[in-house]
Design a protein around this ligand. Structure first.
Ligand SMILES: *Cc1c(COP(=O)(O)O)cnc(C)c1O
Length: 377
């Protein structure tokens, strides 16, 4: 089954009982048992719920894994993954990962004795050099946020396999529509499904997919123990959103290409970060490991003041955190999504005050260009 068909027919299709073409919302917490200890596959909705399970099967199939898990947020999913580790364990983590991931690692799990080193994962030699005897995993995003740095998943998978480490990939930016980390050797793929998978700015959710059955069992144990599960109605909303993922991802990307090309022709823009550009340092790796370059890009307008002026003047680009929605979103990472990263660290990473990040929506790209043009002017 090809991906566009899988988006519609993958996972669980409809409802056997009634012929309904959509999976029903099983808004239920508990299930009648036929006798003590005899149930029909469901006992309690934290452990398993049919609507959530349909979504979990779908993400497992889309990511070419064997098992999927749905959580009440991307951070709940990521925190559940980090709960695989023990006091004394060490992780090598990408240095321009999502701000919330940095925060939970350095502010919560660090306190519990799970240490991490932050390195530029786009440089595999830096990853290898950061590995210690107590290292248990490498955690990465590609392309990264907000500088769209590309990391070679296969190269990191090789480093991890040789040393018996888990490779965890946050695939939020490209989604399984464009990139399948498990196929490239990753062990765990995680999503903030709040973004492209949901796609409509109406649900906060996280998803995990794995190939290995034993790892799947461990994650199910943690999901059920910690309990950050996705409710049935939100699971249904996500399944609904995922049906149009292909249509949306293709449009996001086509419009991004147009906007990036147009911005390149302007003299008042300092830097444009988009992996689809030939001159982007990660372009060749991106072309090899993914089927598309996505709908996110960032560019530098020179100063924090100008960035703020631009953001105060756009009409269709909505000033908001988040990304991956049908509506175009605009943000200044240094002041918003990455504000929890200390200023000196931000400067080291290249997240300048004038950096604007855009998540291109599915509006008519001519309106988007005109809007950005008047705001820049
Ligand atoms: C938003 C985001 C997260 C966190 O997900 P939530 O659903 O907001 O909890 C993690 N990783 C990336 C890349 C994100 O963009």
């Amino acid at each position: 089954m090809r991906i566009d068909t899988k988006l519609i027919h993958g996972g669980v299709f409809g409802d056997e009982q009634t012929g309904a073409v959509n999976v029903p919302i099983y808004q239920v917490s508990t299930y009648k048992q036929d006798a003590v200890g005899q149930h029909r596959g469901y006992e309690y909705s934290r452990t398993g719920n049919p609507t959530r399970e349909a979504l979990e099967k779908l993400i497992a199939e889309l990511e070419l894994g064997t098992r999927g898990f749905a959580f009440s947020s991307g951070m709940a999913a990521i925190s559940t993954i980090f709960s695989l580790f023990d006091q004394g364990d060490h992780l090598v983590v990408g240095d321009d990962i999502y701000g919330g991931t940095y925060r939970v690692m350095s502010g919560v799990f660090n306190r519990l004795g799970i240490r991490s080193s932050f390195v530029d994962t786009s440089r595999p030699e830096e990853v290898a050099a950061a590995i210690r005897p107590e290292t248990k995993a490498v955690y990465m995003e590609t392309p990264s946020n907000p500088l769209l740095k590309v990391t070679d998943i296969q190269k990191l998978a090789n480093i991890c396999r040789e040393r018996n480490l888990l490779l965890i990939v946050d695939n939020t930016f490209l989604t399984p529509y464009w990139q399948n980390p498990l196929e490239l050797g990753a062990d765990i793929v995680v999503h903030s499904a709040t973004k492209y998978l949901g796609g409509h700015s109406d649900v906060v959710a996280g998803l995990i997919a794995v190939k290995d059955a034993e790892l799947g069992e461990r994650l199910h144990f943690l999901q059920n123990s910690i309990g950050g599960v996705l409710p049935p109605h939100d699971s249904w909303l996500l399944i609904r959103g995922i049906k149009t993922l292909g249509l949306r991802m293709r449009q996001h990307e086509a419009s991004t290409r147009k906007l990036v090309q147009w911005l390149q022709s302007r003299s008042d823009i300092e830097n444009i970060f988009y992996p689809g550009l030939d001159q982007h340092p990660g372009h060749h790796i991106a072309s090899r490991q993914a089927r598309g370059y996505g709908g996110m890009f960032s560019f530098d307008v020179g100063s924090g003041e100008r960035a703020e002026r631009v953001l105060s003047r756009t009409r269709y680009f909505i000033l908001a955190e988040s990304l991956g929605a049908v509506e175009s979103l605009i943000s200044v990472p240094a002041r918003m999504t990455h504000a929890s990263i200390p200023p000196e660290r931000r400067r080291e990473l290249g997240i300048t005050d004038g950096l604007i990040r855009i998540s291109v929506g599915v509006e008519d790209v001519r309106d988007l260009q005109e809007d950005l043009e008047q705001a820049l002017r």
